[in-house]
Design a binder for this molecule. Structure first.
Ligand SMILES: [Zn+2]
Length: 135
């Protein structure tokens, strides 16, 4: 039953990612972190709609959270999920040069989250690195 278990797990993970908006959320968070209010401004969707997807991604282990004051910041649990999304893009016929890059979230005009307001500098939330860091 080991194989079945693998198939089940892989299938569950792919199903979790099988939604363009969830992929958009993951790309927006990138290698940084974002609170729901940032995503609301950046993606121009209702908070309840975003929260529902964030919850699913967190329950599925794709995202993890960090609380700071009244804010909950979401970040990728494992940057490998980003590689999986890029691989899916390649298999779907997207050219390498058109694939998204892993980047920290962009500052958004009119966003009042602590990162956009400068309370926490953008670069400090770079939590994962694609290139292994030197000692
Ligand atoms: Zn923001």
């Amino acid at each position: 039953m080991k194989n079945y278990n693998f198939e089940r797990k892989a299938s569950d993970l792919l199903a979790l990612l099988g939604n363009p908006f969830r992929i958009q959320i993951i790309l927006t968070i990138g290698e940084g972190e974002a609170c729901v209010c940032h995503l609301e401004t950046a993606l121009n969707k209702r908070q309840a709609y975003i929260s529902q997807h964030l919850m699913a991604l967190r329950d599925g282990g794709i995202l993890e959270t960090r609380r700071e004051g009244k804010y909950i910041f979401y970040r990728l649990s494992n940057p490998k999920v980003f590689e999986l999304i890029r691989a899916a893009g390649l298999l779907a016929g997207v050219q390498e040069k058109d694939l998204p890059m892993l980047q920290i979230p962009l500052q958004v005009n009119k966003c009042v989250c602590p990162h956009c307001e400068g309370e926490i500098p953008m670069f400090e939330k770079k939590l994962h690195s694609v290139v292994p860091e030197n000692e």
